[in-house]
Design a protein around this ligand. Structure first.
Ligand code: GTP
Ligand code: MG
Length: 149
């Protein structure tokens, strides 16, 4: 089944929004596969945001992401990459609908509290960057028959 990488950024951790993120993904029916609080180092972030390295905001993005612990998570379930992105809202919180995480809890693009993989391919890449294989926990989805037909 499909997996995605969701990270609560340092502002989302400091502001105490991470329980809400865990609640929303869990209650939607997605299964938590990995979770850790971690300080992202520069080399990890450069790989994670490699496609943005030429952007003018790249240095401030790196210092933002290094400003405190990040809550890194992996979720599994039906269409989780696309559904996760829609639960996050738009990159600019001012364009995020109410009911989305950014639309409910953020105002600035540079403080948008959460990251989500934008494709299945990038999800695989990001999960590999942030987690060791043994940190991904295999468990029986005891609720599966209540969530999936
Ligand atoms: P992520 O889920 O974090 O990857 O966001 P995204 O996929 O919605 O946007 P993108 O990958 O294009 O940009 C990554 C992150 O860089 C954003 O979430 C913002 O935190 C930051 N960012 C993107 N564009 C801007 C910008 O124009 N200004 C600033 N200050 N930050 C930006
Ligand atoms: Mg992105």
């Amino acid at each position: 089944t499909e997996r995605t990488f969701i990270a609560v950024k340092p502002d989302g951790v400091q502001r105490g929004i991470y329980p809400e993120v865990l609640r929303r993904f869990t209650q939607r029916g997605f299964k938590l596969v990995a979770i850790k609080l971690t300080l992202a180092d520069e080399s990890l972030l450069r790989k994670h945001y490699a496609d943005l390295q030429d952007k003018p905001f790249f240095p401030s993005l790196l210092s933002y992401m290094k400003s405190g612990p990040v809550l890194a998570t992996v979720w599994e379930g039906k269409d989780v990459v696309k559904q996760g992105r829609s639960m996050l809202g738009a990159t600019n919180p001012l364009n995020s609908a109410p009911g989305t995480i950014r639309g409910d809890f953020a105002l600035d693009t540079g403080r948008n509290i959460i990251h989500g993989s934008d494709s299945v391919e990038n999800a695989k890449k990001e999960i590999g960057l942030w987690f060791k294989p043994e940190e991904l926990v295999e468990s029986k989805a005891t609720l599966a028959s209540w969530i999936y037909e």
